[in-house]
Design a protein around this ligand. Sequence first.
Ligand SMILES: Cc1cc2nc3c(=O)[nH]c(=O)nc-3n(C[C@H](O)[C@H](O)[C@H](O)COP(=O)(O)OP(=O)(O)OC[C@H]3O[C@@H](n4cnc5c(N)ncnc54)[C@H](O)[C@@H]3O)c2cc1C
Length: 391
Amino acid sequence: MTIPLTSRAREIQARVRAFVDAELIPWEVHAEMHEGLVPEHVWTRMKEKAREAGLDNMDMPAAMGGRGYTMLEQAVAQEQTGRVTNALGWCANNPLRWMLEACSPEQIDRWIKPLMTGQRHECYAITEAGAGSDVDAIQATARREGEHYILNGEKWHVTSANLADYMFFQAKIEGGPNDGSHALFFVDHGTPGVEIVRTPAYTHNYRAHHPIYRFADVRVPASHRIGAEGDGMGFTYAWFRHERLMIAARCCGSAERLIEEATAFARSRIVFGQPLAEQQAVQFMLADSVTELFAARLMTYETARAIDAGADVKTAHAQCSMAKLYASEMAGRVADRAVQIFGGRGYMRENVAERFFRELRVDRIWEGASEIQRIIIANGLLKRGAESLVG
Ligand SMILES: Cc1cc2nc3c(=O)[nH]c(=O)nc-3n(C[C@H](O)[C@H](O)[C@H](O)COP(=O)(O)OP(=O)(O)OC[C@H]3O[C@@H](n4cnc5c(N)ncnc54)[C@H](O)[C@@H]3O)c2cc1C
């Protein structure tokens, strides 16, 4: 590896890689064939080993009992979890630091600290049938009634809702001085009026489902509101930045695994009397893949390093979009080439390239689709110039 990393980052990288190789990768095919599930005792062991590998609470400060990793260290660790399919890398609890800034001490005790210990699990209900890319188009409402809010709306693609016991629910305030502004709320599963509409099937086979939820006159105490009325979008942006960068990191890990596996296959597969790897057309696919991975990894690490060094938040916002855009599109191209190199085997669900080919597709859609990342990058370029983004 030619990219400079601190010895602590290298140590995290080696530790997480060893965990992924020993504990997660051996269970991928089983998960694929069992709707994303592994036996419960295996899942428990994965969670324990993830903790031992230092993969949990990475963004939380050490003073709170978290790992206190830098952004670069988190990217390096997440990259390794990207090497496994079927979302088995999601076996560690990773609440985010913005939650500590946004939540009251009571909220931290009730909803955030139990995330750190794995006693509670969260999910995010923002997207709606008519509002995905354009978050401001949400129609969910929060109406104040005395010391309560009445929540209404329907939320789509609520990832992990089947494993969670509460939601972050985003709505627009209805009435009062902040009418039309966004706010975020904690909503516990089981609160009267929260009901599952249906659980659609998706392209991937993950333990975590993405149900549609209806909220009909859901009454929550005002103390469930996160921050002030009008703060909702600010929190969402903070978490988008973090998540987009981590998607970029995981896409780099996926691409690396694909390149390793496709290269090994090309060396061993004999076609027309010689290894496939000796065919220049195959070499070119591998060469393009590893070159693009190098570029994506540099971009991801450098964006993380700049955030650690206190980068301007607007520049960081655009650079996280650049990293997500480039790395997710790069990984999609690498997966496509890997399927081609594996030939018919690459179309079998037991093959890693087939699974990544399907699973990586969503990285160009969720947390802002590629077109939305381009809009953010173009805005940054037009307002602050190329120097601010690449200088
Ligand atoms: C598996 C999965 C899990 C998800 N998990 C969650 C979750 O946990 N919580 C949650 O709240 N949401 C979640 N989402 C929702 C996700 O964030 C949205 O799907 C995504 O933001 C895109 O929104 P949309 O699907 O409504 O597409 P739309 O906004 O309808 O866009 C459709 C297409 O048009 C393009 N487009 C939109 N505007 C423009 C423009 N101005 N110029 C050019 N092209 C444009 C988009 O890029 C996209 O390609 C999840 C989605 C999926 C698929």
